[in-house]
Ligand binder design. Sequence first.
Ligand code: 26Q
Length: 833
Amino acid sequence: MPHRRFKKSHPIESISNLPELGMKPKEIEGDIKSYYGHRLGRDENCKSVHYVYEALSLAVSDRLTERWKKTYNAYRKEDCKRAYYLSMEFLMGRTLSNAMLNLGIDDAVSQACYDLGLDLEELIDSEPDAGLGNGGLGRLAACFIDSCATLQLPVTGYGLRYEYGMFSQLIVNGEQVEEPDHWLRNGNVWEVQRLEYTQRIKFGGHTETHLDEKGNSRVYWVDSHDVLAVPFDVPVPGYQNGTVNTLRLWKATATDEFDLQEFNAGDYAESVAAKNGAENITMVLYPNDANENGKELRLRQQYLLASASLQDVLALWIGRHGNDFTDFAEKNCFQLNDTHPSIAVAELMRLLIDIHGLKWDAAWAITKSTMAYTNHTLLPEALERWSVNLFKQLLPRLIEIIFEINARFLSEVSARWPGDLSRIARMSLIEEGGQQHVRMAYLAIVGSYSVNGVAELHSKLLQQGLFHDFYELWPEKFNNKTNGVTPRRWLAACNPELAELITETIGDGWLTDLSLLKKLELHIDDKVFCDRWYAVQQAAKQRLIDYKKQELDIDVSVNALFDVQVKRIHEYKRQLLNVLHVIHLYDRIKRGDTANWTDRCVLIGGKAAPGYYMAKKIIKLINNVANVINHDPEVGDKLKLIFLPNYRVSAMEKICPGADLSEQISTAGKEASGTGNMKFMMNGALTIGTLDGANIEIREEVGDENFFLFGLTETEVESLRNNYDPVAIIKQDEDLQRVMNLLECGHFNQFEHNIFDGIVNSLKSPHDPWITIADFRSFVDAQKQVELAYQDKERWIKMSIINCANSGKFSTDRTISEYNNELWKLTPVKVNN
Ligand code: 26Q
């Protein structure tokens, strides 16, 4: 028997000291093999590509881990101010290729895979998307944390680890069918469970007031049903700078005593059921990108995120500073991604007062100077409101605090506007009438030092409209932070050929200073450069065709104009206007009006919220129109309409490099910003768009002559509302009349009577909020300008280069620098490797 030796000294230090992992192809190759054979226990008999993906990912992930710990320790050592990005959604997409790029081991991994005879592209494509978000707001959070890491800012993302992400979309008989997205089925090599940071979350029960040991009156939240929040950490690497920040995602689990209570009562089955109830909280992402009002489970999710994250931050603080909160506000701030986590305002008050013994005024001073709120929508119907009764049942202590915040706030309002009762009713955090509701946006505004919109127009409209009363009270709180996208994922990684051409032409500084793209304009008259630009774009179009070919057997020519609209399906985004234009083109072909024709391939993709009836009808319409057009021999190459199923982050990475034209056609004043518009522009697509959201700023950057503008302005839209007469407009426009006739006569629903009646009626209604018919003529005219420009190949290439060259403003590096310089005021921390 070997003799086992015991050493007395604490072993942690000796086992924590690891040698650096090599970044050479051979070293990576060795790790891939070792993971595949040893850890995963696979050999040549295993046919699944998944395990090869997993072996490679583990090898890459190991190379992040050392930097991750160093980053953590650097922040600890500096005791620096930190920011926390609270969001119900982080739409991360895939991780592997982004991790390789940001680690700077792209080439080494390619070489290792080549030497092992592995198809790296196939491995990358086998990774499921982390679809923990609906659309723009969730993807913005993902781009933000990428930029924070690249700017070396000490920012942690806090979110939820949904077991099921955004559903995957199938199209069956032209209709959307939802399939659950069990993205964790094969495990997730990118996360690290950290049981040691588990937090306890209270639900239900009631409150009692007692004197504490010191004789102070204190509120106790008792008889609650507690749930545990277990964190899973995901590394967020900066671009080749040694920084690896953290995204901490909470998973809900049951407490042990929760089970025990039932067990002691002798009901084992009940105890297991109770466990289920707790774990349901983070089971599924709500697939609705407008408000889904009143769902208790959603409120549980929101509270779990807010409470677990704040407790985590307070624990970190106390670990270092004890119960002294004097400097807390100078060292911490929280950015609320819309109102979804805004219960954090009341929860921070609760934790500071009930748990840590602060007085109201001290706690309120901290809350008001650490919370900042970003709004993402102007649609009044999308503003979150929660019934006071539900709050009382589920979060009894929090509703007391909200009422107290409101009472103090309203006395401030009456001091400023004595006797103005209607103003008080308008501004109250509690909406009266029948059932009382909490207005979450108002809670966020009152509890924050900053309120921002996500594009110039949007921020202006918040101040003048939705939040005008609050703007009058606190103009200094309001500001704008125009959105962006990360150029690492949305140019370097998704379009390596274009990235290489850019780097060859202007150097590689653009990856971390996107304004440098401007230098591309110096080469606009260089024939060789322009030809290469064109060749790269044509190749990207071909790849897009090939990628789609497996599922759609439609022949598309690379020479057609690729006209793309991908985003959530929403009436305000006006996919219908796009379809009306397609039908118009079809009608022109059918009547032989095809002189100087430009072949066009219209691609539309996006998911509808499962309960959004109209959005689902729009998908059906697109598919039916596509079916008629694509099978008409008379149409041929002139026109194609393709619905791209299951649009998601990884799809956009293939789509945006291959687009010629980006459709950004929302009703003016309705799209807060848009970010797809920026991804397309960065990849050299031209935009056809309304004066809405960030389109306005895109047009300012590229110049009027490089942007296809159409449609009514926001002001015109609002003044049209009272006397909008779509039927009269249709009567006066022969092209439009013909389009409507095709729709109404059932040309696209021959054996499906009346299925599009709802769509036709909404278009023809004088109350159509999206005034689609009003913009038809102007849209068609702008599309003609697009065709003219596209026919002049040299001109188009120049416009394409100019669009890319002027996309510098739309890097999230710029956006995050603004958040940091104006709101967070963090100092970058260098991490030495
Ligand atoms: C709320 C309550 C209950 C269930 C769901 C929701 C919910 C979830 C997601 C409400 C809204 C969203 C997402 C909104 C969103 O994505 N907004 C978009 O944000 C982008 C980033 O700022 C903007 O570019 C888009 O203009 C805006 O539409």
